[in-house]
Design a protein around this ligand. Structure first.
Ligand code: PEP
Length: 249
């Protein structure tokens, strides 16, 4: 079922104390909303965040996980480890994982399969780089990212998929896709899904926009019909900014 979501990806930011302080501030300032609010702190602070938010509507997600059940994968985190501390939502395919850590569509499809097998929800990120947009290849790139990583799934699995279109040139750069560019791509994403799975899956999948969403541009971006919310990086690290973005939805 399509829902409104505002998710904060904290990346490799915030120590334990800083995490606790931000969660306390967020809980105090959180506006009433029907939208889901999700935060994704770094791995070492996830259990604290889950405990801290036990009686809160704010949910906790992981920023990544490995596809293997367990074993010799130094430095990695498994689905069961996340589930064991009460986390059933994971961000996969963030552009930083793709560009800095070499994660490919093929590799990501295995992670998606593990998440589905474990009944986890995936926030799946994808989006084109600047030169791909400049070469007018952005639709083709997005289509292939979706097809390569997700189109082997059964239609029923899509209930557990949230998409996050994040044009790489807009992430952490202060440059945002215009609301029209976001809407155009989100409509294309739904069309592409419709062609493969039909209208019901396409209309029910939640599609977030990510890339320099700030308090001053969130409302206009979120007002577009095919934009169901946002995945927020930098602006989710300050309670006041994140709260303003939540209010915008
Ligand atoms: C992100 O990293 O997912 C992101 C959208 O970052 P920012 O909001 O800082 O551009």
């Amino acid at each position: 079922m399509r829902s409104k979501i505002v998710a904060g990806n904290w990346k490799m930011n915030k120590t334990l104390k800083e995490t606790e302080a931000l969660l306390t501030e967020l809980s105090a300032k959180r506006p009433d909303t029907e939208a889901e609010i999700i935060v994704a702190p770094t791995f070492v602070n996830l259990a604290t965040a889950v405990n801290n938010l036990e009686s809160s509507v704010i949910q906790v997600a992981a920023q990544n996980m490995h596809f293997a059940e367990n074993g010799a994968y130094t430095g990695e985190i498994s689905a069961d480890m996340l589930l064991g501390i009460g986390i059933d939502t994971v961000i996969l395919g963030h552009s930083e994982r793709r560009s800095l850590f070499g994660e490919t569509d093929d590799f990501l499809s295995k992670k998606v399969d593990t998440a589905m097998a474990k009944n986890m929800r995936v926030i799946f990120c994808f989006g084109e780089e600047l030169q791909e947009r400049q070469a007018d290849r952005h639709f083709a790139v997005v289509e292939s990212q979706l097809k390569n990583a997700l189109f082997h799934l059964d239609a029923s699995a899509w209930q557990k998929i949230v998409l996050a279109y994040e044009p790489v040139w807009a992430i952490g750069t202060g440059e945002t896709a215009s609301p029209e560019q976001a809407q155009e791509m989100h409509a294309f994403i739904r069309k592409t899904i419709d062609e493969k799975y039909g209208a019901s899956v396409a209309q029910n999948v939640t599609v977030l926009y990510g890339g320099s969403v700030k308090p001053n541009n969130a409302e206009e971006i979120f007002s577009k019909p095919d934009v169901d919310g946002g995945l927020i990086g930098g602006a989710s690290l300050k309670a006041d900014d994140f709260v303003e973005i939540i209010k915008a939805i």
